[in-house]
Write a protein that binds this ligand. Structure first.
Ligand code: SAM
Length: 207
């Protein structure tokens, strides 16, 4: 059947003026893990259509800054603390542009990126792992000490490797499947907290 039933979270998002049902996942993550703070800087990877940008903008308030990027165009948002970029993050120049637009350290890097699904589980999981690693490496480049990283991943054979990579850079790593996740989806969110400062930063801060 071509008919897709609009679920509770879809209707709720529409009613509350949000662009995606995924906003409820990020709200739940914030409630449990308290990753955003007023005035913080946030990098949102795979941000279209902009639901996470809307809620992150609310969490960091006007003093904060949220930079969102997607390979698809994102309709402008009437939010003064949000900057939108378009580009494919597989391109190193696009990644550089995103980091330059952020202009310094971020408190949160989050990725809701998903590959175009082929339906072949092994392929989809490998591609999801690659996108998650790409996001983690961007987080390593721009997070301030103590910062947080959130990434969606379809867990496959590489999942343990991804968790191991996260643990090497963060003091606490958790996984969660927020309530708004579709029952049919195998996706999980990795929440990595308390980014370990790079040795050079530790030297700077102990001066
Ligand atoms: C589930 S959607 C994000 C939804 C978003 N969090 C929201 O609340 O509106 C995943 C997005 O990742 C983007 N994406 C996947 N691979 C990407 C890549 N290589 N570069 C940039 N964006 C990518 C897709 O275009 C898609 O818009």
């Amino acid at each position: 059947m071509g008919f897709v039933r609009k679920d509770h979270f879809h209707k709720k998002a529409k009613k509350e003026g949000y662009r995606s049902r995924a906003v409820f996942k990020l709200q739940e993550i914030q409630k449990r893990f308290r990753i955003f703070r007023r005035g913080g800087k946030v990098l949102d990877l795979g941000a279209a259509p902009g639901g996470w940008l809307q809620v992150a903008s609310e969490f960091v308030k006007r003093e904060g800054k949220v930079v969102g990027i997607d390979r698809l165009p994102i309709e402008p948002l009437p939010l003064s603390n949000v900057t939108i970029l378009e580009g494919d993050l597989l391109d190193p120049e696009v990644r550089e542009e995103a980091l330059a637009t952020l202009g310094g350290h971020a408190e949160v890097v989050m990725s809701d990126m998903a590959p175009n699904l082929t339906g072949v589980r092994v392929t989809d999981c490998v591609r999801s792992f690659e996108l998650s690693m790409l996001a983690l490496n961007m987080a390593r480049q721009c997070l301030s000490a103590g910062g947080s990283f959130v990434a969606k991943i379809f867990p496959g054979d590489e999942f343990e490797t991804f968790l191991h990579e996260c643990r090497s850079s963060f003091r606490k790593v958790r996984t969660t499947k927020p309530e708004a996740t579709r029952k049919s989806s195998s996706e999980v969110y990795v929440i990595a907290l308390d980014f370990k400062a790079l040795p050079s930063e530790e030297t700077e801060s102990s001066d």
